[in-house]
Design a protein around this ligand. Sequence first.
Ligand code: F6P
Length: 365
Amino acid sequence: MKKRLLIATGGGDCPGLNAVIRAIVKRASFHREWEVLGSIDAFDGILRDPMHLVELTEERVSGIHVMGGTIIGTTNKGGPFAWPVKNADGSWGAVDRSQDLLDRLRYQNIEAVINIGGDGSQRISQSLFEMGCPIIGVPKTIDNDLSDTDFTFGFQTAVDVASDAVDKLVTTAASHHRILILEVMGRYAGWIALHAAIAGGAEVCLIPEIPYDIEKVMDAIHKRTDLGKGFAIIVIAEGAKALGGKMVFSENDEPGAMKIQLGGVGLQLSHQLKAVGCEIEIRETILGHLQRGGRPNAFDRVLASQFGVKAFELVLEQKWGHMVAYKHPDIIGVPIKEAIRHYNLIDVDSDLVKTARGLGISLGD
Ligand code: F6P
């Protein structure tokens, strides 16, 4: 009987997931004793009745490395430790189905699991590992907020999309002599914002790691208008906040969903600028899920492929509870518990921040 490896992709999708899946399947094909299955929509494919699993053959994954999304689906709702259930009164609650998940994996003769996901998914990996699950993690997220890896795949593609948006906003801002605000994703980290601001040449970049002073933002705009430039580009991370202020979010009450949905800080910034006397016209763009969709760029295809190959090698070595990670120039395995210990936020004293300051980009402080 063949050994069975299960792949799941969990959390928000990001460019490069299919490249990881393909790389795992290709690497596993050298070992004919293994067969690879995909669980549809993260671990829901195992937990649903009937189960929804697909065989991942070399034929099935051929050419998918250039495709966005994930051919096995994903979800950022619920999961084995908080499976949504409808109560008798119609309200939604959650139950722990982690033991059920392990029983079902055993029933399916699954000998190894590779869980491709971000912070939330790797927390699930760690908890399952502690319950005895033979599991390997692969870090993905456009936010680049997982520790112990230089980059997660998906991030560079998101930065390309955000930088391209800055380029486009520059031409229209210049034509209309406006301030254009670009709100980008990234959750509690400013990686996408800061990279896009540097790549695109923005005047102001506001990130969660540095709460902004609206007067300082106004100063930067004045400095620019004094130079005769009648426009400015501000890149703001969705998790940014004003000094003494709060992050802008809405409560998501969909069953099993993450409760906090960030978004809207760009519009808030626009109001704040007007409140301190900004007389230049302002418009806001929320880049949203465009940053997550579409084809991965070459960097992410390479990184995702490296992660996939290494993940299968960790399976062969039975390095359960480890996550693949990029530590330039190597691809290594690190304990998942280290990677989820804290968020990878921007170090405000880092060279990246110094570069931005050196270019005259105002960080609002
Ligand atoms: O973690 C990836 C991410 O795109 C964040 O940048 C963003 O805050 C969140 O997911 C959006 O989630 P959803 O797709 O549920 O709106």
